[in-house]
Design a protein around this ligand. Sequence first.
Ligand code: NAI
Ligand code: MG
Length: 350
Amino acid sequence: TEYRIASIPGDGIGVDVTVEARKVLDAAAAKHQFGLQWTEFDWSCERYAQTGAMMPEDGVEQLSAFDGIFLGAVGFPGVPDHVSLWGLLIPVRRAFAQYVNLRPVRLLPGTASVLANRSADELEMVIVRENSEGEYSEVGGRHNKGQPGEFALQESVFTRVGVERIIRYAFELAKTRTGRVCSATKSNGIIHSMPFWDEIFAEISAEYPEVRGEQCHIDALAARMVQAPDRLDVVVGSNLFGDILSDLAAAVTGGLGMAPSGNINPPGEYPSMFEAVHGSAPDIAGQGIANPVAQILAGAMMLEHLGEKAAAGAVNAAVEKVLSEGAVATPDLGGKATTTELGSAIAEAL
Ligand code: NAI
Ligand code: MG
């Protein structure tokens, strides 16, 4: 089998880490006897600076021919962040109905986790973030600019279809794991959308008697994720809540350099897109010291999604092996290795 993959390295460290991840994925493909046919796209803030657009007008159409999309990160100082987000990421997520943003987190060996006294199997959770609607909406506007009564209105959009499908996905996932789902809410403060979300959560929870569903206010859940993360497994949240929780979950399990994510179209009608949770990290861009693990693990998620489970498992195992040996580690892991050195060590471990 040969899979056609669109690679969009993007900006900053996105470029450094995708090179390393491709190296590892190619090694996995060679070992497990399938092919990865890469096509690279230069869509980025640099392209925006030159042409006024992050991607060409038919960008989404071009991507539709691929089996998977592998994205580094987009965003760079000088280009407002809403341009990079709304000019590339959000249109792709929405055009391909990638309504699940899946962010697994687990305590990996050799990481500088605040929870280092816990063992890895004690801490494994997955944040299921709604990825197509919610708080990230264009509805609203700015009013009375420059006047004393200036204000901004920002509306959220929660559809029954959108909320049902993400919550159902979380329950289906929980059936394959520990059978627990925790829903992030804030229905005490946000009085229209969140009670609606809670109502649908209760309805779907009733369809899954074998899964234990509970809900937790986002503020308390944030505290719990730091103090007692081992009591969480599948956590489902809206677009904004899921975004925040997944960075937090990544931070408590060893940092952004280790956290992968997938933008998934569950029926598989359209390509899904895989990326690290982190951004383009302008503060360390061009120094060759970014940790490539998050991007490599995102690649493993892509292989798994394509049905290459053995290869995905081998990539995960190679990452674990190199991290537990500890000899090759980037500065965020307390080491002195470069991005390339860590990428090569993982490719060799395969
Ligand atoms: P960021 O994730 O790029 O960086 C946050 C901090 O974590 C920085 O100190 C950075 O050095 C560190 N860090 C991140 N990834 C790392 C890695 N692999 N190895 C070592 N250290 C790492 O988030 P920030 O600074 O808020 O955003 C920077 C730019 O990235 C912005 O333009 C933002 O819009 C964009 N961004 C893009 C995303 C995407 O393409 N999906 C996601 C998040 C942010
Ligand atoms: Mg984020």
